[in-house]
Unconditional design. Structure first.
Length: 143
């Protein structure tokens, strides 16, 4: 018989089982009427505990957006985060990147680059453009 799959969601350090979202393998799940509170890491889990396909979904309605990978970053691989301003070329503006609320980099390129990601790099990231605002917090997962 085929396995039953449940969509799970990780947000703000809480794992939620979304029991109303039981699916068969290969099906899709649609979220209607998206809101900022739907932001999180989502994945499918089988009834036997098998996990597949985690994705980071961020819903944001502001002007400053942090572009990040949707999948967990393998330890030792590079990571690039881009701070974007909606409908603007932001590549030459000064941006500030934060991890877990603390400044980690100031850049004039709008990009933050980590050459070899460590498990300790996992956390919530955001970026800020002075006078334009902050992005939402994005969870970066390292595997």
């Amino acid at each position: 018989s085929s396995k039953r799959w449940t969509v799970r969601r990780y947000m703000q350090k809480i794992v939620a089982k979304c029991s109303q979202w039981e699916l068969s393998l290969g099906s899709t799940y649609n979220i209607s009427f998206l809101s900022i509170s739907d932001t999180g890491v989502y994945w499918c889990e089988s009834e036997t505990g098998e996990n597949i396909n985690p994705v980071n979904i961020t819903v944001h309605d502001g002007d400053v957006i942090l572009e990040s990978p949707v999948h967990p970053v393998p330890e030792g691989h590079p990571l690039t985060l881009r701070c974007l301003i909606r409908n603007t070329n932001s590549s030459n503006l000064r941006s500030v990147f934060y991890k877990d609320g603390s400044v980690v980099q100031n850049q004039n390129t709008g990009e933050m680059f980590i050459h070899k990601v460590l498990k300790s790099d996992e956390g919530f990231y955001c970026c800020k453009y002075p006078k334009r605002g902050n992005s939402t917090n994005i969870w970066i997962s390292v595997r």
